[in-house]
Design a binder for this molecule. Structure first.
Ligand SMILES: Cc1ncc(C[n+]2csc(CCOP(=O)(O)OP(=O)(O)O)c2C)c(N)n1
Ligand SMILES: [Mg+2]
Length: 321
């Protein structure tokens, strides 16, 4: 485990998202944005296990997943700005970030929409004999949808290499988990005979360890595994959410994952100047990302009908050794 790299990713996601919030409020980012602030340790701890040839499916709250995978902040920010230099040439925006060469099979505006894509990608890996796994992130809201149950069933039945990661922040928009679910997640997952672990999603090392343990079985071909990370979004469901459905005090049970890890590293003897230097480097990277996005051209109207259909992919160079 590279502790400084874990800290770097936590820090990058937090500060990227803080910039996004300010830029959105300033009217520079169109559409809708859902921030990942508070949940950074989940993407960071899980995706520290990402290897070339693996895949990822994400959600409407996907910036943290993409950054933790290594999607370049400048082309991501440009995508949020709708500029032609974005990862999807400005046509995807926040909820449709794709970067397939890196295995990023998309953020997704449809709740649970990534689950069947992940199971399909797992089947593809199995049929081609690829060594990778599919990281499938989704929220608690997704677990009430039919495709969640269908996806778990098929992945378990066919022993597909899918690593299901539930980020349980206890709310789906304004609806609390207990108000909308008749089942307990653990017993449901175990009914499909899928290995299950629950973890404190605010503690990046705990997430890293639990994910590593579960991934051993997935990488060894024993089929899917399921990690539930208990977490909390520190911001509203979307930027601008008046948040009338929850009480501020609730957040007290969920420490800030970035501050928690900084304290822990200092306690372990990491010198503060080392952290400060890392933070300064990240600030510079993110300032550059924003500058790049702002200076980038808008897509040409003539390109509007390009990229609507994809040629079938017949070889997968990123799955090679
Ligand atoms: C199929 C579908 N139903 C409803 C919505 C509207 N919607 C967008 S996000 C969201 C809540 C999702 O909650 P959860 O899965 O817990 O993720 P979180 O927002 O907490 O990260 C809803 C209901 C949608 N996008 N897709
Ligand atoms: Mg939720």
């Amino acid at each position: 485990m590279d502790r400084l790299e874990l800290y770097r990713t936590l820090y990058r996601i937090r500060r990227f998202e803080e910039r996004v919030e300010a830029l959105f409020r300033a009217g520079k980012i169109p559409g809708f944005v859902h921030l990942y602030i508070g949940q950074e340790a989940v993407a960071t701890g899980v995706l520290a296990h990402y290897r070339r040839g693996d895949y990822l499916t994400s959600t409407h709250r996907g910036h943290g997943h993409a950054l933790a995978l290594g999607v370049e902040p400048g082309s991501m920010m440009a995508e949020l700005f709708g500029r032609s230099t974005g990862v999807c040439r400005g046509k995807g925006g926040s909820m449709h970030l794709f970067d397939p060469g890196r295995g990023m099979l998309g953020a997704n505006g449809i709740v649970a929409g990534g689950i069947p894509i992940a199971v399909g990608a797992g089947l593809g890996l199995r049929l081609r004999g690829g060594a990778g796994v599919v990281f499938c992130f989704f929220g608690d809201g997704a677990t009430g949808r039919g495709v969640f149950h269908e996806g778990l069933n098929l992945a378990a039945l066919w022993k597909l290499p899918v690593f299901f990661v539930l980020e349980n922040n206890f709310y789906a928009s304004t609806t609390g988990f207990a108000e909308s679910h008749a089942f307990g997640t653990e017993s449901l997952v175990r009914a499909y005979e899928i290995p299950y672990r629950s973890v404190n999603g605010q503690d990046v090392e705990a997430v890293y360890e639990a994910a590593g343990d579960l991934l051993e079985g997935v990488r060894a071909g024993r089929g899917p595994a399921f990690l539930e990370a208990r977490t909390y979004r520190f911001k509203g469901h979307y930027v601008g959410d008046p948040e009338r459905y929850r009480k501020r005090e609730e957040a007290q049970g969920f420490p800030d994952p970035l501050a928690l890890y900084r304290e822990r590293l200092l306690g372990m003897g990491v010198p503060e100047p080392t952290l400060r230097a890392l933070e300064a480097a990240e600030e510079a990277t993110l300032d550059q990302a924003v500058g790049f996005a702002e200076a980038s051209p808008w897509p040409d109207a003539a390109q509007a009908l390009e990229d609507l259909f994809a040629e079938p992919v017949r070889d997968y160079p990123w799955e090679g050794a």
